[in-house]
Design a protein around this ligand. Structure first.
Ligand SMILES: C[S@@+](CC[C@H](N)C(=O)[O-])C[C@H]1O[C@@H](n2cnc3c(N)ncnc32)[C@H](O)[C@@H]1O
Length: 612
């Protein structure tokens, strides 16, 4: 039973109008599952949302069609069925054709081409390569352009050819790097094209039509429509080869099974009606010397549970029975009347021509599928028309027996219905199976991707670990440099403190200047002497100091003590201390020297100012 959801149907109509893909004839259960799968991937909760999404993202169509159109396939898929087709169909077909006639084959729903190349290999094996090239045309069609493009490449991986016999791979494929490419000279006989089985016209004069694992995606109505096209496509004695799960054909009057198990069918000419149920002929009369035989015969005839009627050779009613009266109202009162005057002669079925034919050909005829309305109930009949002859063979008359097959017919209908349900369930199972295969392949490739990502992460991790180790050792080195620095700083601080103590303890003002005469040091006594704090003078030009010392007089001394050849000099100067008192100051300028006597780094001088 098809579930329908108006929103889903609206989506199908949209797909048809927007992209020409008509999925309305596909079975809903599988179709809905596939669409929902796509919806969850793009995170759209309902069909209307998904329709909106499609309108905004045109690329989504391709992703959706790839999800809906299951492309599972293989070379010689179901090998047993292919063996059968090769031995019982293709070989006799080739043998039965004139040597110069063409062999036309159609692979409908060919996916990525394996089925078409399977046909090519099978025929080339039978005909030989040269004959194959001259006589064979293989049409391979699908609705899916992406698949067709893949099929046209004719290039397959190790996995695809692994189930092919190695000698066939060797003979029919050329190895190009890690790929197997189908032979170019044979490839020319395979013609790929887009054909939508639901909408497009079929190819004609086909000897073998393979449509495998494709019909099962369509509902019964669409399958019937496609089968009508296949019937048209096939030549008079053409053969149809379906997938192993596809069975609805067993109900079709267009095809008759050649091998039901392998799903191989022959095209039935349109006017041929398959024979109905076969009934046993009435037992031959046995002559016996029994008294009251005529009466006995009469009574047997009258009481028969089968409605019966006997006619004379010139068409008059000769015998009737009770069952006939019950069924059609024809009774012993009608004996002697021409049969053609009775309604029964043409209702429920035209019997007169069958009676004439049975008389003429002297053989029993059966008219099946006769329906007859009795009140509210429909009775199904098979009418048996038998000519009756005497011992010399001259015609005695015609016997009509009306078999009521209503119960059998009901059982048959029920059986057929049950069969259909079974077949539908089987098809559903098969298509679910294919879906699972696709899902499995997708999962496998996701797992492979994850594995690759994992490997990449692992190597990134290793790199990070190495970097970490390197950083750690750099850190250790920095730490030890830092420790040394701390020790040096502590020593320096100690030395500075000592120098400070020495300078503070001196009973003279001391200033140290650099080569530019900028003050680098100014001791406590200098502060006391001139009233300027060390923080005020450090960095100042010595000659710009505003103190009670006549700086101009100090300048020649200072200049003389700077530079490479600088020498010590001293003088006495009158000055004014910070309290404004006049004092005499002895000023001595000494060049800054290294321990070895060379000029100190950056050069400079020491100025000692002592109250005389
Ligand atoms: C499962 S594959 C069968 C491949 C091959 N015949 C086999 O049995 O291995 C079904 C193919 O039917 C095709 N298909 C689905 N709907 C179709 C349509 N309306 N007309 C033609 N091909 C169709 C899909 O594209 C897919 O390639």
């Amino acid at each position: 039973m098809q579930e329908t959801d108006p929103n889903f149907e609206a989506l199908l109509v949209y797909l048809k109008e927007a992209r020409g893909f008509d999925f309305t004839g596909y079975k809903r259960s599988s179709l809905m599952r596939r669409v929902q799968r796509r919806m969850s991937q793009v995170d759209t909760p309902g069909y209307p949302d998904y329709l909106d999404y499609l309108q905004v993202h045109p690329d989504e169509f391709t992703a959706l069609f790839n999800t809906i159109l299951i492309n599972v396939t293989a070379f010689f898929r179901d090998p047993d069925a292919w063996d059968y087709v090769r031995d019982e169909i293709l070989e006799p077909m080739v043998a039965g054709k004139p040597d110069d006639s063409m062999i036309r084959v159609w692979s409908a729903g060919c996916a990525s081409g394996e089925e078409a190349y399977t046909l090519a290999i099978a025929l080339a094996e039978i005909l030989g390569v040269e004959q194959f090239k001259e006589r064979v045309k293989i049409y391979a069609t699908d609705v899916d352009e992406e698949q067709l493009n893949e099929a046209r490449q004719a290039s397959y991986g190790e996995r695809e050819v692994q189930d092919l016999a190695p000698e066939l791979v060797e003979k029919y494929f050329e190895q190009v790097n890690s790929r197997y490419v189908f032979r170019k000279d044979l490839r020319r006989s395979v013609i790929f094209g887009r054909n939508d089985l639901v909408q497009d016209a079929p190819i004609s004069r086909i000897d073998l039509l393979t449509c495998r694992n494709t019909l099962m995606y369509f509902n019964a109505e669409t399958q019937a429509k496609i089968l009508g096209r296949f019937h048209f496509a096939l030549a008079e004695t053409g053969v149809l080869f379906l997938g192993k799960a596809e069975m609805l054909l067993s109900h079709s009057s267009l095809f008759t099974p050649i091998d039901l198990k392998r799903r191989v069918f022959r095209r039935v000419p349109r006017l041929y009606a398959p024979p109905g149920a076969v009934f046993a002929d009435p037992p031959p009369a046995v002559a016996a010397r029994v008294t009251g035989l005529d009466e006995l015969r009469n009574e047997t005839f009258t009481a028969s549970p089968l409605a019966q009627l006997a006619l004379t050779p010139d068409g008059l009613v000769a015998l009737t029975n009770r069952q006939l009266e019950k069924l059609f109202g024809v009774s012993s009162r009608d004996i002697g009347r021409p049969f053609r005057d009775l309604d029964l002669s043409y209702r429920p079925v035209e019997l007169r021509r069958f009676i004439e034919q049975a008389q003429l050909e002297r053989r029993t005829l059966r008219v099946s599928d006769v329906e007859f309305a009795r009140g509210s109930e429909t009775v199904h009949l098979v009418v048996q028309v038998s000519p009756l002859s005497d011992a010399d063979g001259s015609l005695l008359g015609v016997n009509l027996i009306f078999h009521d097959v209503t119960a059998a017919r009901r059982l048959q209908d029920e059986l057929e219905h049950a069969n259909q349900q079974l077949e539908a369930a089987y098809e559903e199972l098969q298509s679910t199976n294919e879906e699972l295969e696709t899902t499995n392949e997708e999962l496998q490739s996701t797992v492979e991707e994850l594995e690759t990502t994992n490997e990449e992460l692992q190597s990134t991790n290793e790199e990070l670990e190495t970097m970490n180790e390197e950083l750690q050792s750099t850190n250790d080195e920095l730490q030890s440099i830092n420790d040394q620095l701390r020790i040096s700083t502590a020593r320096l601080d100690e030395a500075n403190a000592f120098l400070e103590t020495v300078l503070t303890s001196l009973q003279a003002g001391v200033a140290v200047v650099d080569a530019d005469l900028r003050i680098r040091m100014w001791n406590r006594h200098a502060e006391d002497l001139w009233g300027l704090r060390s923080s005020e003078v450090i960095g100042q030009h010595f000659l710009n100091l505003d103190i009670g010392l006549p700086i101009d007089r100090v300048r020649p001394l200072l200049r003389g003590s700077l530079g490479a050849g600088g020498a010590s000099a001293e003088t006495k100067l009158d000055a004014v201390n910070r309290r404004g008192r006049a004092i005499t100051v002895r000023v001595a300028c000494t060049p800054l020297r290294q321990r070895d006597g060379g000029p100190a780094d950056g050069n400079g001088a020491i100025i000692v100012m002592e109250t005389a």
